[in-house]
Design a protein around this ligand. Structure first.
Ligand code: NAD
Length: 477
């Protein structure tokens, strides 16, 4: 039986014997089996994480010792880089180049970045109005953290949570997405190898039920979730029992605004890259191109040409630009939305249907003549579907860019410095990219406005998500 549950330092299967398959998206064939954690394993993992929280082997480590373990995890990721990249491509489907550079490279970066913070978790003293009183603050760990992740960048997004949570002295229970658990299993093995004490990092493979049991559990102090807005809402409701701390990185519908003076070559290249990276399975994917009417025809023609030259294929094949979608369900979702575009009257320039390949492939697709009220302009597609809308003036473009419940990311393309910052200031989004695609970086804050989430991961902001501030007052009289 599959021993993919890691609880209190032991690898085990589910007591019920329940298991599930994980599939290679490039073939649709199951390639591994995982244990499906139920309530007994959730209880066990919470108890193990609680016991480890104040244990001398974890709470008793000096900051440099804790930092050293995080740094070692980064080194072990580097040592196993190729193996991890191949595994991410097999389980998630992404092109191997993305797996190497982004999924593996950035994951190692996250552990090293937060290793640096362990020795810099300072408190403050305030200039009080009370005479003869000394006050200072300390940052304490929040406690037992449930870290629930999605399937688009499984290992990287796990590191967005595990690294700062451990840096701040918490203990964690990681629950990867059921579609893509395998690199998280391997990452947790590397955490063990790096010397993480038993019970500090626990892993529960399983589906939404496992996630729900964690979120409802009174022994969990914090939930950090990345996934869909719908699930985010369910998590907020379910975590109310013991008023868990909750941070949420949710969906998006990023506008990319092309102003009339934009460098068209750069805008087309950046919009296509920002829209189709990882087959569009990116929360910040540019998925609404708002293009000034004077450029729109040429922009659309060039986009269709660039997209037409992209090579669709298995992520493991050299030269693949676009891999498959993650699952049969997700392929059906993208297909249905693309069909709605045609049904609602948008003009299909290229693509629009499943590709004639085994596995879960969808052709890169470009629509023009898209109206704001169409489903493809409003709903998160999370697939290789680009939509082109036209506008006549800047205020109109900003108002339409902001006409969404989401607010994760946005882009603006212009040669005019003042216009770039005017638009960046006016757009309602947690991150704005000027004349560039949409990467993330361990050092730069990442978070959504509105229905795109609560709180900032990455950068120093994540320290606030994983610590409680205690204020201590002392009479000096
Ligand atoms: P999802 O919400 O379906 O699932 C995400 C995780 O939550 C999985 O591990 C799943 O098992 C678990 N889950 C499902 N229902 C649950 C519940 N009721 N309680 C607790 N856990 C539950 O999301 P997905 O389809 O895996 O991921 C795609 C979504 O993630 C997209 O909307 C995308 O925009 C979003 N995303 C956001 C960011 C960001 O940084 N904002 C990054 C990546 C992905």
């Amino acid at each position: 039986m599959s021993k993919t549950l890691f609880i209190g330092g032991t690898w085990q299967s589910a007591a019920s014997g329940a298991e599930f398959d994980t599939f290679d998206p490039a073939t649709g064939v199951a390639h591994a089996r995982c244990a499906d954690a139920g309530r007994p394993e959730v209880d066990e993992a919470v108890a193990a994480a609680r016991a480890a929280l104040d244990s001398p082997s974890w709470a008793g480590l000096t900051p440099p010792e804790r930092a050293g373990i995080l740094w070692r995890i980064g080194d072990l990721i580097d040592e196993h880089a190729e193996e991890l990249a191949q595994l991410e491509t097999l389980d998630q489907g992404q092109p191997i180049g993305i797996a190497r550079m982004v999924s593996v490279g950035r994951t190692a970066d996250h552990f090293r970045y937060y290793a640096g913070w362990v020795t810099k978790l300072y408190g403050e003293t305030a200039p009080l109005s009370h005479p003869n009183v000394l006050q200072y603050t300390k940052r304490e760990p929040v406690g037992v953290c449930a870290l629930i992740t999605p399937w688009n960048f499984p290992m990287l997004i796990a590191s967005w949570k595990i690294a700062p949570a451990l840096a701040c002295g918490n203990t964690v229970i990681v629950k990867p997405a059921e579609q893509t658990p395998m690199t998280t299993v391997r990452l947790v093995q590397l955490c063990q190898e790096a010397g993480i004490p038993d019970g500090v990092v626990n892993l529960l493979t399983g589906g939404p039920e496992t996630g729900r049991a964690l979120v409802e559990h009174p022994g969990v102090d914090k939930v950090s979730f990345t996934g869909s807005t719908e699930t985010g809402r369910a998590i907020v409701r379910a975590s109310a029992g013991n008023l868990k701390r909750v941070s949420l990185e949710l969906g998006g519908k990023a506008p990319s605004i092309v102003l009339p003076d934009a460098d068209l070559d750069a805008a087309v290249e950046g919009c296509v890259q920002g829209g189709l990276f990882n087959s569009g399975q990116v929360c910040a994917a540019y998925s609404r191109f708002l293009v000034h009417r004077s450029l729109a025809d040429e922009f659309a023609e060039r986009c269709a040409k660039a997209v037409g030259q992209m090579r669709l294929g298995p992520g493991s094949a050299p030269g693949t630009d676009l891999g498959p979608l993650v699952s049969a369900d997700h392929l059906a979702h993208v297909d249905a939305l693309a069909r709605s575009g045609v049904d609602e009257g948008a003009t299909l320039l290229t693509g629009g249907s499943r590709a004639d390949l085994p596995g879960y492939f969808f052709q890169p697709t470009v629509f023009t003549g898209v109206r704001d009220d169409m489903r493809i302009a409003r709903e998160e597609i999370f697939g290789p579907v680009l939509t082109i809308l036209t506008y006549d003036d800047e205020d109109e473009a900003i108002a339409r860019a902001n006409d969404t419940e989401y607010g994760l990311a946005a882009a603006v393309w212009t040669r005019d410095l003042a216009a770039a910052h005017r638009v960046a200031g006016a757009v309602h989004a947690g991150t704005v990219f000027i004349n560039m695609p949409n990467p993330t970086d361990a050092a730069a804050p990442w978070g959504g406005f509105g229905a795109s989430g609560w709180g900032n991961e990455m950068g120093s902001g994540a320290l606030g998500l994983y610590t409680e501030v205690k204020s201590v007052w002392t009479s000096l009289a």
